[in-house]
Design a protein around this ligand. Structure first.
Ligand SMILES: [Zn+2]
Length: 87
């Protein structure tokens, strides 16, 4: 997946509510264990860093998992979406 494709996927998930626009309250960086990345759906590599997040949707807390490339794309697209909604 190219960077442009990844950013497009993140934008789609942000607009459909599958990814939060708010920053994560807690982020834990660790090595992957082969779990599925919340953004791209690929298994996380045991040789690479993944970010595990505590996210808050209303009252409900849930955790999210992203590999490094997806985390970067989410951070960037999230800021763009927030800036746009502020007008
Ligand atoms: Zn990913």
């Amino acid at each position: 997946m190219s960077d442009a494709e990844l950013r497009k996927l993140v934008r789609e998930k942000l607009s459909s509510g599958l990814l939060p626009r708010d920053a994560a309250r807690q982020v834990l960086a660790r090595y992957g264990k082969g779990e599925t990345c919340d953004v791209c759906g690929r298994p996380t590599p045991s040789s690479g860093v993944v970010y595990e997040m505590r996210l808050f949707h209303g009252m409900e807390a849930r955790s999210g998992l992203m590999d490094l490339a997806c985390f970067d794309a989410w951070q960037q697209e999230r800021r763009i979406a927030q800036a746009a909604s502020r007008g």
